[in-house]
Design a protein around this ligand. Structure first.
Ligand SMILES: O=C(O)C(=O)C[C@H](O)[C@H](O)COP(=O)(O)O
Length: 203
Protein backbone atom coordinates (compact mmCIF):
# COMPACT_ATOMS: atom_id res chain seq x y z
CA UNK A 1 0.00 0.00 0.00
CA UNK A 2 1.21 3.49 -0.77
CA UNK A 3 2.44 5.59 2.12
CA UNK A 4 -0.18 8.17 1.20
CA UNK A 5 -3.05 5.75 1.68
CA UNK A 6 -2.35 4.30 5.13
CA UNK A 7 -3.84 7.19 7.12
CA UNK A 8 -5.35 10.57 6.19
CA UNK A 9 -2.92 12.46 8.41
CA UNK A 10 0.81 12.02 9.03
CA UNK A 11 1.78 13.56 12.36
CA UNK A 12 5.06 15.47 12.05
CA UNK A 13 6.73 15.29 15.45
CA UNK A 14 9.62 17.27 16.85
CA UNK A 15 11.03 15.38 19.81
CA UNK A 16 13.15 17.21 22.37
CA UNK A 17 12.97 14.69 25.20
CA UNK A 18 13.81 11.18 24.10
CA UNK A 19 11.71 9.70 26.88
CA UNK A 20 8.56 11.01 25.20
CA UNK A 21 9.20 9.16 21.92
CA UNK A 22 7.64 5.79 22.73
CA UNK A 23 4.57 6.97 24.69
CA UNK A 24 3.96 9.60 22.04
CA UNK A 25 4.06 7.02 19.27
CA UNK A 26 1.77 4.71 21.24
CA UNK A 27 -0.75 7.54 21.70
CA UNK A 28 -0.75 8.37 17.98
CA UNK A 29 -1.19 4.71 17.03
CA UNK A 30 -3.97 4.28 19.61
CA UNK A 31 -5.73 7.30 18.12
CA UNK A 32 -5.58 5.71 14.66
CA UNK A 33 -2.54 7.39 13.08
CA UNK A 34 0.18 4.75 12.61
CA UNK A 35 2.34 6.71 10.14
CA UNK A 36 4.63 8.99 12.15
CA UNK A 37 7.26 11.37 10.82
CA UNK A 38 9.98 12.17 13.34
CA UNK A 39 11.97 15.20 12.24
CA UNK A 40 15.75 15.20 12.39
CA UNK A 41 15.56 18.78 13.59
CA UNK A 42 16.49 17.84 17.14
CA UNK A 43 19.59 16.00 18.35
CA UNK A 44 17.52 13.05 19.60
CA UNK A 45 15.52 12.61 16.39
CA UNK A 46 17.46 9.58 15.15
CA UNK A 47 17.45 7.86 18.51
CA UNK A 48 13.71 8.54 18.81
CA UNK A 49 13.16 6.78 15.47
CA UNK A 50 15.30 3.86 16.66
CA UNK A 51 13.26 3.47 19.85
CA UNK A 52 9.88 3.77 18.16
CA UNK A 53 10.91 1.27 15.48
CA UNK A 54 12.03 -1.17 18.17
CA UNK A 55 9.27 -0.70 20.74
CA UNK A 56 6.13 0.28 18.81
CA UNK A 57 5.85 -2.29 16.01
CA UNK A 58 2.37 -1.07 15.00
CA UNK A 59 3.83 2.31 14.07
CA UNK A 60 5.20 3.09 10.61
CA UNK A 61 7.92 5.46 11.71
CA UNK A 62 9.88 7.59 9.27
CA UNK A 63 12.38 10.41 9.25
CA UNK A 64 11.54 14.01 8.35
CA UNK A 65 13.82 16.94 7.55
CA UNK A 66 16.10 14.61 5.60
CA UNK A 67 18.38 17.04 3.78
CA UNK A 68 21.53 15.17 2.74
CA UNK A 69 22.66 11.72 1.60
CA UNK A 70 24.25 11.34 5.05
CA UNK A 71 20.84 11.99 6.65
CA UNK A 72 19.40 9.25 4.42
CA UNK A 73 22.00 6.72 5.55
CA UNK A 74 21.59 7.60 9.24
CA UNK A 75 17.79 7.50 9.02
CA UNK A 76 17.74 4.09 7.36
CA UNK A 77 20.23 2.78 9.90
CA UNK A 78 17.92 3.98 12.71
CA UNK A 79 15.05 1.92 11.29
CA UNK A 80 13.09 4.51 9.31
CA UNK A 81 10.34 2.96 7.21
CA UNK A 82 10.09 6.06 5.03
CA UNK A 83 11.99 9.30 4.40
CA UNK A 84 10.68 12.85 3.96
CA UNK A 85 12.54 15.95 2.80
CA UNK A 86 11.54 19.61 2.75
CA UNK A 87 12.99 20.06 -0.75
CA UNK A 88 14.67 18.15 -3.54
CA UNK A 89 18.20 18.01 -4.89
CA UNK A 90 19.56 15.52 -7.43
CA UNK A 91 22.04 14.09 -4.88
CA UNK A 92 19.30 13.63 -2.30
CA UNK A 93 16.99 11.88 -4.75
CA UNK A 94 19.86 9.61 -5.83
CA UNK A 95 20.34 8.66 -2.17
CA UNK A 96 16.59 8.16 -1.64
CA UNK A 97 16.40 5.83 -4.62
CA UNK A 98 19.50 3.90 -3.63
CA UNK A 99 18.14 3.38 -0.09
CA UNK A 100 15.24 1.24 -1.27
CA UNK A 101 13.06 2.92 1.38
CA UNK A 102 9.86 4.74 0.32
CA UNK A 103 10.34 8.50 0.24
CA UNK A 104 8.40 11.74 -0.10
CA UNK A 105 10.65 14.40 -1.56
CA UNK A 106 9.56 17.99 -1.02
CA UNK A 107 8.38 20.07 -3.98
CA UNK A 108 6.69 23.44 -4.34
CA UNK A 109 6.69 24.23 -8.07
CA UNK A 110 5.59 22.61 -11.33
CA UNK A 111 9.23 22.38 -12.45
CA UNK A 112 10.21 20.48 -9.29
CA UNK A 113 7.26 18.14 -9.73
CA UNK A 114 8.24 17.53 -13.36
CA UNK A 115 11.89 16.89 -12.50
CA UNK A 116 10.83 14.14 -10.09
CA UNK A 117 8.15 12.76 -12.41
CA UNK A 118 10.84 12.47 -15.09
CA UNK A 119 12.60 10.03 -12.75
CA UNK A 120 9.43 8.00 -12.29
CA UNK A 121 8.45 9.45 -8.91
CA UNK A 122 4.69 9.96 -8.59
CA UNK A 123 4.19 10.71 -4.87
CA UNK A 124 5.67 13.79 -3.24
CA UNK A 125 5.44 16.13 -0.29
CA UNK A 126 4.05 19.57 -1.15
CA UNK A 127 5.89 21.95 1.18
CA UNK A 128 5.36 24.51 2.61
CA UNK A 129 1.73 23.90 1.66
CA UNK A 130 -0.06 26.99 2.92
CA UNK A 131 2.78 29.42 2.28
CA UNK A 132 3.42 28.08 -1.23
CA UNK A 133 -0.14 28.65 -2.40
CA UNK A 134 -2.26 26.11 -0.56
CA UNK A 135 -5.41 24.61 -1.93
CA UNK A 136 -5.78 26.61 -5.18
CA UNK A 137 -2.15 26.02 -6.05
CA UNK A 138 -2.43 22.24 -5.60
CA UNK A 139 -5.67 22.20 -7.55
CA UNK A 140 -3.92 24.07 -10.37
CA UNK A 141 -0.99 21.63 -10.42
CA UNK A 142 -3.49 18.78 -10.82
CA UNK A 143 -4.57 20.13 -14.23
CA UNK A 144 -1.36 19.55 -16.20
CA UNK A 145 0.17 17.00 -13.80
CA UNK A 146 -2.73 14.72 -12.80
CA UNK A 147 -0.54 11.61 -12.38
CA UNK A 148 1.22 13.01 -9.31
CA UNK A 149 -0.20 12.71 -5.79
CA UNK A 150 0.88 14.78 -2.82
CA UNK A 151 1.12 14.89 0.94
CA UNK A 152 0.78 18.63 1.56
CA UNK A 153 2.44 19.78 4.77
CA UNK A 154 3.08 23.16 6.33
CA UNK A 155 0.47 25.27 8.05
CA UNK A 156 -2.31 22.67 7.81
CA UNK A 157 -4.65 22.15 10.78
CA UNK A 158 -7.61 19.94 11.63
CA UNK A 159 -10.01 22.57 10.28
CA UNK A 160 -8.27 22.94 6.91
CA UNK A 161 -7.26 19.30 6.35
CA UNK A 162 -10.64 18.15 4.90
CA UNK A 163 -10.45 20.57 1.97
CA UNK A 164 -7.00 19.27 1.06
CA UNK A 165 -8.10 15.65 1.44
CA UNK A 166 -10.99 16.30 -0.94
CA UNK A 167 -8.57 17.06 -3.81
CA UNK A 168 -8.01 14.13 -6.18
CA UNK A 169 -4.23 14.67 -6.13
CA UNK A 170 -3.94 14.58 -2.33
CA UNK A 171 -3.47 11.26 -0.55
CA UNK A 172 -2.87 12.49 2.98
CA UNK A 173 -1.74 15.65 4.78
CA UNK A 174 1.02 16.20 7.30
CA UNK A 175 1.15 18.47 10.30
CA UNK A 176 2.45 19.21 13.75
CA UNK A 177 -0.91 20.08 15.29
CA UNK A 178 -1.35 16.57 16.73
CA UNK A 179 1.53 16.90 19.14
CA UNK A 180 1.39 20.29 20.86
CA UNK A 181 4.57 21.15 22.76
CA UNK A 182 2.62 21.66 26.03
CA UNK A 183 1.07 18.21 25.80
CA UNK A 184 4.50 16.67 25.32
CA UNK A 185 6.02 18.74 28.12
CA UNK A 186 3.33 17.68 30.57
CA UNK A 187 3.05 14.08 29.37
CA UNK A 188 -0.57 14.59 28.32
CA UNK A 189 -0.71 11.59 25.99
CA UNK A 190 -4.50 11.31 26.38
CA UNK A 191 -4.78 14.67 24.63
CA UNK A 192 -2.49 13.52 21.85
CA UNK A 193 -4.54 10.34 21.39
CA UNK A 194 -7.70 12.44 21.17
CA UNK A 195 -6.16 14.78 18.58
CA UNK A 196 -5.04 11.74 16.60
CA UNK A 197 -8.53 10.19 16.76
CA UNK A 198 -10.10 13.42 15.44
CA UNK A 199 -7.64 13.44 12.56
CA UNK A 200 -8.02 9.72 11.82
CA UNK A 201 -11.77 10.25 11.45
CA UNK A 202 -11.23 12.65 8.55
CA UNK A 203 -11.40 9.78 6.10
O1 LIG B 1 11.26 19.76 8.70
C1 LIG B 1 10.68 19.21 7.76
O2 LIG B 1 11.19 18.56 6.86
C2 LIG B 1 9.28 19.24 7.79
O3 LIG B 1 8.72 18.18 7.68
C3 LIG B 1 8.61 20.50 7.98
C4 LIG B 1 7.21 20.24 8.47
O4 LIG B 1 6.53 19.54 7.48
C5 LIG B 1 6.51 21.47 8.82
O5 LIG B 1 7.27 22.17 9.72
C6 LIG B 1 5.12 21.18 9.30
O6 LIG B 1 4.81 21.99 10.38
P1 LIG B 1 3.39 22.65 10.61
O7 LIG B 1 3.29 23.73 9.61
O8 LIG B 1 3.48 23.15 12.01
O9 LIG B 1 2.35 21.58 10.46
Amino acid sequence: MSLLDIAPVVPVVVIDDLETAVPLARALVAGGLPVIEVTLRTPVGLEAIRRIAAEVPEAVVGAGTVRTPADVAASVDAGSKFLVSPGTTPALVDAFEASGVPFLAGVATASEVMALAERGVTEMKFFPAEAAGGLPYLKALGGPLPQVRFCPTGGIKLATAPDYLALPNVGCVGGTWLTPAEALATGDYARIEKLAAEAAALR
